[in-house]
Design a protein around this ligand. Structure first.
Ligand SMILES: C[S@@+](CC[C@H](N)C(=O)[O-])C[C@H]1O[C@@H](n2cnc3c(N)ncnc32)[C@H](O)[C@@H]1O
Length: 321
């Protein structure tokens, strides 16, 4: 199945006010270029830098964005390297940044990438195939306790210890189908009958570990705010609570500014708000979009605008997100 850009109208609507007079927008998770094409269409004076750590994704977006080739530059990199990508391209500041986190449909649908518990494939799950850590190492080499920690923390899986024990007993595991089967068998039968596929959480956890997804996000968010000009906007689409929590907390922190106790007559901390939150609550896909694209179901969109230095946000911004 093709990757349909999630909440594309809302992404464009939020970024557009910052791009009306042109400027550079970064699509930090270019994928097949679905969002990028929509942004470039809507903002004819803007140019775009597309980053992806997956060379296959970059290759297909090159073809998909051929109509905009004079306004697009590509960077094969982790978005945690945003600052050095911009430096390399001699871009001092940008008007917009988009993060559409996680894996794409083409990555999930290609069994050879090893992301899917629904199809037989190698234990891989690397977005960037040149990275040394693959799912094989996590599944076959991690100590049981460490494996349980990964599954619990990144999968929020309540049966993490049972699953880790079952995986260690079943070693060596060689493919995604046998891993999915071991996970399914480790989960109590009553729980298996309800809810999503029993291997979903564990596969998510291993994928997050392999790709250091949360670490990359934590590095990239401040780099994006640093790069934005005042009035520039960033939009983040996340697909599970761990990512969304990081984005929500970060935006609140950057929007808070002064952290002096309310009893202080004047500010003594000197901290300034760097952003204004544009989404009081996260935006979720409307029902019509979910009918067309089941993979949008967990999506949450949050957006913020860079504010000029020396503008201290009102204290109640802290409570608004
Ligand atoms: C959900 S898809 C994006 C789809 C894209 N918005 C579109 O419309 O085609 C996420 C993409 O981001 C890439 N990606 C995820 N984490 C990344 C990171 N830390 N650095 C660079 N690319 C990343 C993945 O390889 C994948 O291609």
């Amino acid at each position: 199945m093709d990757h349909q850009p999630v909440l594309a109208d809302q992404v464009v609507e939020l970024l557009l006010p910052a791009l009306e007079h042109g400027g550079v927008v970064v699509d930090a998770t270019l994928g097949r270029g679905g969002h990028a094409a929509r942004i470039l269409e809507a903002a004819p004076r803007a140019s775009l830098i597309g980053i992806d750590r997956d060379p296959v994704a970059l290759e297909s977006s090159r073809a998909n964005l051929a109509a905009f080739s004079d306004r697009v530059r590509f960077a094969s990199d982790n978005f945690s390297q945003l600052a050095s990508v911009l430096e390399r391209l001699r871009v001092a500041s940008v008007r917009g940044v988009l993060f559409d986190l996680g894996v794409s449909s083409p990555q999930l649908d290609e069994p050879g990438r090893g992301f899917s518990f629904r199809a037989a494939g190698p234990l891989d799950m690397r977005m960037d195939p040149l990275r040394p850590l693959s799912a094989d190492t996590v599944v076959n080499d991690y100590e049981e306790q460490e494996l349980a920690r990964v599954i619990q923390r990144y999968g929020e899986e309540r049966f993490a210890r049972r699953i880790a024990r079952a995986i260690v007993r079943a070693r060596p595991l060689t493919d995604t189908s046998s891993l999915a089967e071991v996970i399914r068998d480790a989960i109590p039968a009553a729980t298996r009958r309800t809810g999503p596929h029993p291997a979903r959480r564990t596969f998510q956890a291993i994928r997050i570990e392999v790709n250091d997804e949360l670490g990359s996000l934590e590095t990239a968010l401040p780099a994006a705010v640093d790069a934005l000009e005042p009035g520039g906007r960033m939009v983040v689409l996340s697909y599970h609570s761990l990512e969304d929590r990081i984005v929500k907390r970060y935006f609140i922190e950057e929007a808070s500014g002064c952290v002096c106790p309310p009893t202080f007559p004047v500010c003594t901390c000197g901290a300034e708000a760097r952003v204004r939150i544009l989404t009081r609550r996260p935006i979720k896909p409307p029902a019509e979009e979910l009918e067309r694209n089941a993979r949008a179901s967990a999506a949450k969109l949050r957006a913020a605008e860079r504010v000029a230095p020396h503008v201290v946000a009102p204290r109640d911004e802290k409570r608004s997100a």
